[in-house]
Design a protein around this ligand. Structure first.
Ligand SMILES: [Zn+2]
Length: 269
């Protein structure tokens, strides 16, 4: 694989089950998949002859990378049309609940290379890298889903590769993933303080993410004091405070764009 030029180890371009071009959409993010099997590039190619699906890249357990749909075309991988039009889909071979070191290394390097080549920004889960499960009801990406050691190693390594490629250097040793904080969590960066709600109905949840149960809400003009912790999940930045009940509560501060925006749901007072 030539990561600087995005030339795969092997090209087996499909002639069906993808859409030419991007239908007027702009490439914005990547989508991470797993095979639910230990497949080769050739096996993916054969499966996608009869199955109405495809992805741009397949990363094998041995680390070999194949390209099956050109980056400039729309692969059918997310089960969401807009997401397909705006993303590059990367499949990873898995061996049951595990992913080989070679697959993790090649996959993370490829992710970084795609983000650099197309100016998608430093790979950040839930911001410009999404799991297939973000767009459809699926177990995909299996062992690479958030909260696993494989996920932590994969994303940390992708960021190492991205930083190294941007700087024109080599990355340091791959992280073990064992000591990594839960992905997307940050603290102590001056995030805390008093905020005012700008929207009519802002859900307060018992967990950071869209799956958290609504336990209360804020109305426009109400104020809340967040602590210094925040987390990026489901495409939003989640702030945290401790309620009068003593329970920890979470609110979406705004879309995860990497900076405060005019249309954030909570703005600093
Ligand atoms: Zn998938």
């Amino acid at each position: 694989m030539d990561f600087d030029k995005l030339q795969a180890d092997v090209n087996m371009l499909l002639t069906r089950h993808f859409t030419k071009g991007r239908s007027g959409h702009k490439l914005k993010f990547t989508v991470v998949h797993y095979n639910a099997g230990d497949l080769t590039v050739e096996q993916c190619y054969n499966i996608w002859q009869s199955c109405e699906a495809s992805a741009h890249y397949q990363v094998e357990s041995g680390g070999r990378i194949g390209q099956l749909v050109n980056d400039s075309d729309t692969a059918w991988h997310a089960r969401d049309w807009d997401a397909n039009c705006e993303s590059i889909g990367i499949e990873h071979a898995n061996q049951g609940d595990s992913i080989t070191d070679a697959c993790l290394e090649s996959g993370a390097h490829l992710l970084a290379a795609i983000h650099k080549y197309y100016g998608l920004g430093r790979p950040e889960w839930g911001v410009n890298v999404f799991p297939h499960s973000h767009f459809a009801a699926t177990q995909c990406p299996g062992p690479l889903r958030e909260g696993t050691t494989y996920h932590n190693r994969y994303m940390a390594r992708a960021q190492q590769w991205y930083d190294a490629m941007e700087a024109g250097t080599e990355p340091g040793d791959a992280p073990t993933g064992e000591t990594t904080q839960p992905s997307g969590e940050h603290s102590g960066q001056g995030f805390g303080g008093r905020y005012r709600c700008t929207v009519n109905y802002l859900r307060v949840r018992d967990a950071p993410g869209l799956s958290g149960t609504e336990v209360a809400h804020y109305s426009a003009g109400e104020a809340v004091t967040l602590d210094d912790w925040y987390k990026i999940a489901d495409g939003y930045v989640w702030g945290r405070y401790t309620g009068y009940s003593g329970k920890v509560r979470y609110v979406a501060v705004g879309k995860a764009t990497g900076k405060p925006e005019a249309d954030d749901y909570l703005v600093r007072v």
